[in-house]
Design a binder for this molecule. Structure first.
Ligand code: ADP
Ligand code: MG
Length: 397
């Protein structure tokens, strides 16, 4: 069911506690990439414009207790630059100092609390800790899609004490990942790759019953090729997942749908730059060589299927795209997706989203998910705990 959002409630003059995902990559104390901060600006601006006092909370990294390098002060500074206004910051997320800062906060002002994970109670979803967080505000908003698959105090616990609604980023993620998957335009194609079958079993099994075709690339395809009886040389592969690959292919075949595997691949003796590579058909992978990318004939076959699709979900790179010589397959499928005028194109997964961003093609996809693990759990058909606790839009009587 669709979730209520900040558009559906009156926030003016209210203290609003917003769970955001400010878990940004850091390098030597600096924010290496502020995409996640930017992604929350629409929600924060909307609340400020309507006269809310906005209290933001997030985790950063995986601290064990208080760790100076994981304080959120640099995030407060960056957010202040992006918003063009002061952002108040407190060095804890609970306690007397925090309560005072929250109580003094005026409509139109922003306060950022300290890293939630400095307290183990956050991940333990401790009810008392959640109640203290909730006591700072009158309304709870979750805009941290990337953390919604975790049942923590700030994603689940607080919703017991406050009216809970979605922010705009959360709304957008659910719209594309939940709603589109429920009633996709057809043909609905899953383009799946990445390292391993074992990471994606849940996705393969859930979507096998829903898609019209599956295109398999990346390291994961090697296990599927083994299931077809091909030798994959020294490639990354999972012999113990061959049975899983077979089951997925059998099921799709029984339902009259296709699983399309690579017909040719790029192979190398080592997975690094500046090594000899060659392209070979999948039945001629030389002993000792490794499959590092899909080949040109495969790209033609994949491109053909994709060109007819009305909905494409893409998860997992087609090769070891981090090494430029092995990035052609990933780049090419990204370009094909970017050029599909009439299809809904959804990209999810940490590395896949990064690849699309690097290529400068993110704007040309219908949606690039900001949540790696959370997005995959939706593709597995799971309900996310941080979403379940948000209020449903009730049908009008
Ligand atoms: P995502 O984060 O998009 O869900 P995964 O984490 O499943 O994707 O996989 C990404 C990784 O898969 C990349 O680091 C890439 O190097 C690796 N990969 C892709 N193809 C191969 C291959 N043929 N052999 C080894 N690793 C591969
Ligand atoms: Mg990954």
């Amino acid at each position: 069911m669709a979730k209520r959002t900040i558009r559906d409630i009156d926030v003016s003059g209210r203290r609003v506690l917003v769970r955001v995902d400010f878990n940004v990559p850091l390098s030597e104390g600096h924010i290496a990439d502020d995409t996640r901060i930017r992604a929350t600006l629409p929600t924060i601006r909307y609340l400020l414009e309507r006269g809310a006092a906005v209290i933001l909370m997030s985790h950063l990294g995986r601290p064990k207790g208080v760790e100076e390098r994981l304080r959120l002060r640099p995030v407060a500074e960056r957010l202040s630059q992006l918003l063009g206004m002061p952002v108040q910051y407190v060095t804890d997320c609970v306690g007397a100092k925090v309560r005072k800062a929250a109580a003094d906060l005026q409509p139109g002002q922003v306060l950022l609390l300290e890293n939630l994970r400095f307290h183990p109670e956050e991940e333990a979803n401790d009810p008392e800790f959640a109640r203290e967080l909730a006591s700072l505000a009158e309304i709870y908003v979750n805009d941290a899609f990337g953390s919604a698959h975790r049942a923590h105090a700030s994603t689940v616990g607080v919703a017991r004490y406050l009216p809970a609604v979605a922010g705009f980023l959360m709304e957008r993620e659910l719209k594309y990942l939940n709603e589109t998957l429920k009633s996709p335009g057809r043909p609905f194609v899953l383009l799946i790759g990445g390292a391993k079958v074992s990471d994606k079993i849940g996705v393969l099994e859930h979507l096998a019953g829903r898609v019209d075709a599956m295109l398999v690339g990346g390291g994961m395809a090697n296990t599927f090729l083994m299931a077809k009886g091909y030798s994959v040389g020294a490639s990354l592969a999972e012999p113990d997942k061959v049975a899983t690959a077979k089951e997925v292919m059998d099921r799709m075949e029984r339902e009259g749908k296709s699983v399309v595997l690579p017909v040719d691949v790029v192979v190398a003796l080592e997975v690094r730059s500046d090594v000899e590579t060659k392209v070979c058909p999948v039945d001629r992978v030389p002993d000792g060589w490794r499959i590092v990318d899909i080949g040109p004939e495969t790209l033609k076959v994949f491109g053909e299927v994709l060109s007819r699709a009305r909905t494409v979900v893409w998860n997992g790179p087609m090769g070891v795209f981090e090494i430029p010589e092995f990035a052609n397959g990933t780049r090419s499928v990204a370009q094909v997706l970017a050029g599909l005028g009439n299809a809904v194109t959804i990209v999810c997964g940490g590395e896949s989203a990064a690849a699309v961003e690097q290529l400068g093609l993110a704007e040309r996809m219908t949606h690039v998910s900001t949540g790696g693990g959370a997005a995959l759990e939706l593709l597995e058909g799971k309900e996310l705990p941080g979403v379940a606790v948000l209020q449903d839009i009730r049908e009008e009587a």
